[in-house]
Design a protein around this ligand. Structure first.
Ligand code: NAP
Length: 244
């Protein structure tokens, strides 16, 4: 995407303070969008990223919210609208990965994973849609995972949450295409972030021989934002591990 291509647009990136979300936030700001980067706990990292974007002549704010909570999502979206304007790009990226074997997986682990990884996508999408519809333009990109289709390294609760994300992606895409709104997913596998700390042994599974970079995921997201004809799709990236 060319510099300035998103001038005048407002983007919300959930979990935009570090890892994949931070790389996406930076790419959006470079393309000219005003970026709201959401976080849940680590305010310091969110503030540092806002500063870094400002130093590079971008515009960003940090917004604290637990995206699995309806009220918190409503407040977050209102704040972004009043400080940056109506949201026309939503990146549903916030997620957790609680590694569990089948015998250790608890109901609490399952519920928390579904709430943060899947229900949040529904809550945030519903909250921003009225703004996108009013502007007759919108881009939603959901961060899925290779685990939506493959075995993955986390557990069945994580597989289920990400398969659900892809279901929401197609369900919304089909219903919004006539309103100028595209909804797509990016499904990365094994990207070097905090989430993958201590999992270095997994590199041996990747034919390319290294973890992916958050910036490489951001590249795929930016490609989807640029394409009005592409909707309801999942772009997978896994260093040659799996093919859709
Ligand atoms: P990460 O480094 O652990 O960062 C997670 C981000 O999500 C942080 O900004 C965190 O905020 C935020 N977050 C977590 N729970 C939240 C909540 N309830 N409400 C709001 N924000 C919340 O993760 P990552 O590796 O960048 O992963 C980003 C996305 O990519 C996730 O959906 C993940 O499932 C997916 N993914 C990752 C990989 C991988 O290999 N890394 C592979 C496939 C898919 P705080 O900093 O405040 O905690």
């Amino acid at each position: 995407m060319t510099a300035g291509a998103l001038q005048g647009r407002t983007a919300l990136v959930t979990g935009g303070s570090r890892g994949i979300g931070a790389a996406i936030s930076k790419a959006l700001a470079r393309a000219g969008a005003a970026v709201a980067l959401n976080y849940r706990q680590r305010a310091g990292e969110a503030a540092a990223l806002v500063d870094a974007i400002a130093k590079a002549d971008g515009r960003a704010i940090a917004v604290e919210a637990d995206v699995s909570q309806t009220d918190a999502v409503a407040k977050m979206v209102e704040r972004v609208k009043s400080e940056l304007g109506p949201i026309d790009i939503l990146i549903n990226n916030a997620g957790i990965a609680i590694t569990r074997g089948i015998d250790d997986l608890s109901e609490a682990n399952f519920d928390q994973t579904i709430a943060i990884n899947l229900k949040s996508v529904f809550l945030c999408t519903q909250a921003v849609l009225p703004m996108m519809r009013a502007g007759k333009w919108g881009r939603i990109v959901n961060i899925s995972s290779g685990a939506a289709r493959g075995a993955g390294a986390i557990g069945p609760h994580y597989n289920a949450s990400k398969a659900g994300v892809e279901g929401l992606t197609r369900g919304y895409a089909a219903r919004l295409v006539k309103e100028g709104i595209t909804v797509n997913a990016v499904a990365p596998s094994l990207i070097e972030t905090d989430m993958m700390q201590g999992q270095q042994d997994l590199v041996s599974r990747i034919p390319l021989g290294r973890f992916g970079k958050a910036e490489e995921v951001a590249q795929a997201v930016m490609m989807l934002l640029d394409n009005p004809y592409m909707t309801g799709q999942t772009v997978a990236m896994s260093g040659g591990m799996a093919f859709n």
